[in-house]
Design a protein around this ligand. Structure first.
Ligand SMILES: NC(=O)c1ccc[n+]([C@@H]2O[C@H](COP(=O)([O-])OP(=O)(O)OC[C@H]3O[C@@H](n4cnc5c(N)ncnc54)[C@H](O)[C@@H]3O)[C@@H](O)[C@H]2O)c1
Ligand SMILES: [Zn+2]
Length: 391
């Protein structure tokens, strides 16, 4: 008992403690070819071989068959270090995997079937939706299996890959079931996004615009100056844009003081109250990144109308999103039901409504009330501006 600092007479104890976490990010050019030597050392094991199960978004393989061929070959060559517990599994990507309870159940069953434990590894290679769904199952099974994410979309590489969240949709609501879980590692690989269709390629940069508006005037300027080059997939603009976005997200998560969102604000969710609602209202016709583009445009205009954000910064934001080839408006935004998104946003976090807005680029504020008539005006402004900028 001597080593215990508390008296046995104490009936009430509030003990602060913290647990060190490690989040490994690797940025590679071709991780299943020349850069495999960055992946293999991630597999630390005290048994003879690391037991690994692998899930791939089917679209990745369809757009670039070399991914599966190269990965299979690397695994075969690494058989002294890796035991592949089952053939590599392909899953349908996109939001449907997060909406389909059977798809999630299949992942759980496979984890059980293959006897994975907390020291085993799940590789997930795919878009944000597949990362979320497989990550959810891996976080729940045995209360957490080591997860290595290989994001294959610009959104995954610029934003969600280094996030500590995973989720599936339930009861008609996005991300209703989910956990916080720090991934074992994240591999941001250039080759994995090379064959992404233009629409998805562009969609991810709305998150880069979002985080730069929150955190960094210079990163925002870079995006403004290079938006057209990024939309045209010029790697000299694309890679720095992704790199700075992922580093800002990573910094926020590891140094922002609230990785598990215990406090009332969710600053990285700037523009997301309407984006999440729009995804549902459009039945996922809009990609997450496209809905975020509209949500960021809207809340930027609102920030001008209500919180004094300079009009020139609003115009730059609308221009950069438009130059990236992203939408600023969708007809569903004009429906009254969009405002239900505010209550759903509040419910997701609990407590009082807290929405992030901008006073200036790089200077965000938390607000607890939204002026609906000003928000309606903002909706009209983004509608008009989307017509002007698409001409
Ligand atoms: N957990 C988090 O912190 C977090 C953060 C942001 C977003 N998200 C979630 O991520 C999801 C959106 O992810 P996304 O934007 O990556 O889109 P996505 O996962 O929906 O993928 C879009 C489409 O691209 C396909 N695809 C993926 N990679 C490809 C490739 N390399 N080549 C060809 N096709 C490919 C997919 O199969 C899908 O059809 C949403 O569900 C969103 O809620 C999660
Ligand atoms: Zn997002």
């Amino acid at each position: 008992m001597a080593s215990i600092p508390w008296s046995v007479a104490e009936d009430s104890l509030d003990v602060n403690f913290s647990v060190p976490q490690l989040l490994r990010l690797r940025c590679t050019r071709d991780c299943f070819a020349e850069d495999w030597d960055q992946v293999l050392p991630l597999l630390k094991t005290d048994s003879a071989k690391a037991r690994v199960q692998i899930w791939i978004d089917r679209s990745v393989v369809e757009s670039n068959g070399a991914v599966l061929r190269n990965l299979s070959q690397r695994i075969a060559e690494s058989d002294e270090a890796i035991e592949l517990v089952a053939p590599i599994a392909l899953v349908d990507g996109g939001e449907q995997i997060k909406n389909d309870p059977d798809a999630i159940e299949n992942i759980f069953r496979a984890i059980d079937r293959d006897g994975l434990d907390r020291r085993s590894y799940v590789f997930v290679i795919g878009g944000g939706a597949v990362l979320d769904a497989v990550g959810y199952a891996a976080a729940i099974a045995h209360r957490g299996i080591r997860l290595i994410r290989f994001p294959t979309t610009t959104l995954g590489q610029a934003d969600s890959g280094v996030g500590v969240k995973n989720a599936i949709n339930a009861y008609g609501k996005k991300n209703w079931k989910g956990t916080f879980a720090v991934p074992w590692a994240v591999v941001n690989d250039q080759t994995l996004i090379a064959n992404l269709p233009d629409r998805d390629f562009r969609a991810g940069f709305s998150e880069a615009v979002k985080v730069s508006l929150l955190k960094s005037p210079s990163a925002f300027r870079f995006l403004c100056d290079h938006a057209k080059a990024i939309a045209n997939r010029d790697w000299n603009a694309v890679m720095p844009a992704i790199r700075s976005s992922v580093l800002m997200h990573l910094h926020h998560i590891t140094h922002g003081g609230d990785p598990f969102e215990m406090q009332e604000a969710r600053p990285l969710d700037f523009g997301h109250w309407s984006a999440h609602k729009l995804e549902h209202l459009t039945n996922f016709r809009l990609r997450h990144g496209e809905a975020v583009s509209i949500g960021v445009a809207l809340d930027t205009v609102y920030s001008h109308l209500v919180h004094g954000l300079d009009i020139s910064d609003v115009q730059r934001t609308l221009n950069v999103l438009s130059d990236l080839g992203l939408p600023l408006f969708d007809n569903e935004l004009a429906e009254q039901t969009i405002f239900d998104g505010l209550e759903e946003f509040r419910q997701h976090l609990g407590g009082r409504l807290t929405v992030t807005m901008l006073r200036a680029v790089g200077q965000s504020i938390n607000v607890h009330e939204i002026d609906q008539s000003a928000m309606r005006k903002a909706i009209e402004v983004v509608r008009e501006q989307s017509l002007v900028l698409s001409r």
